[in-house]
Design a protein around this ligand. Structure first.
Ligand SMILES: [Zn+2]
Length: 183
């Protein structure tokens, strides 16, 4: 199981959404913080990771994969509130590996490094599924900081780390907005 938690830092970010959101100061989360975000999930369904070894200072969102591999959880602070996603996860198990970029951190894999993470959304047009191809272990924060280099990205960028962080945050926010969890 992989887990990642939001960084403890002061960053003000304007995002290209209908409403501008600011990311607030994030203190280290505890188990009760997280359980409170997923009240409809039992402890077994959540399979919370051990929070003790987490380096809070290098992570932009909390993400972990249920041991089943088919469910994932994401938590990120937005305007001093924690917002969360419970996602379905499908690995790219096609016969032929293909080059694919993580929609959130832009790490480019030459084979099966991403998975499709999706959620059902109810809207005026009925119930539909939205999804992104994202790093299969939700380790985007490590990827943009070059702390997880295996496999290395196929298309290295010269973008400054602050810009990568902003882009990652905006991508998660955009997904959350589409998933109606920012309302
Ligand atoms: Zn990624």
């Amino acid at each position: 199981m992989f887990c990642a938690l939001p960084a403890r830092r002061l960053i003000t970010t304007c995002v290209c959404l209908k409403t501008a959101h600011k990311l607030g100061i994030v203190e280290a989360l505890n188990i009760n913080d997280i359980k409170g975000l997923f009240r409809q999930s039992s402890s077994a369904e959540l399979a919370l990771p051990d929070l003790a070894p987490i380096d809070w200072g290098i992570l932009d969102y909390l993400g972990w994969i249920h041991p089943s591999g088919s469910t994932a959880f994401v938590v990120m602070p937005v305007e001093d509130e924690l917002r969360s996603l419970r996602l379905r996860r499908v690995l790219n198990a096609g016969a032929r590996p293909r080059t694919r970029m993580c929609s959130w951190c832009h790490h480019v894999y030459r084979s099966r490094g991403t998975a499709l993470f999706s959620v059902y959304v109810s809207g005026s047009d009925g119930r539909r599924s939205i999804g992104n191809h994202i790093c299969r272990n939700l380790d985007c924060s490590l990827r943009i900081r070059n702390l997880a280099s295996d496999p290395p990205t196929y298309l290295p960028e010269t973008l400054h780390i602050e810009s990568k962080i902003r882009r990652l945050e905006n991508s998660v926010l955009t997904f959350m907005s589409r998933a109606n969890v920012l309302a």
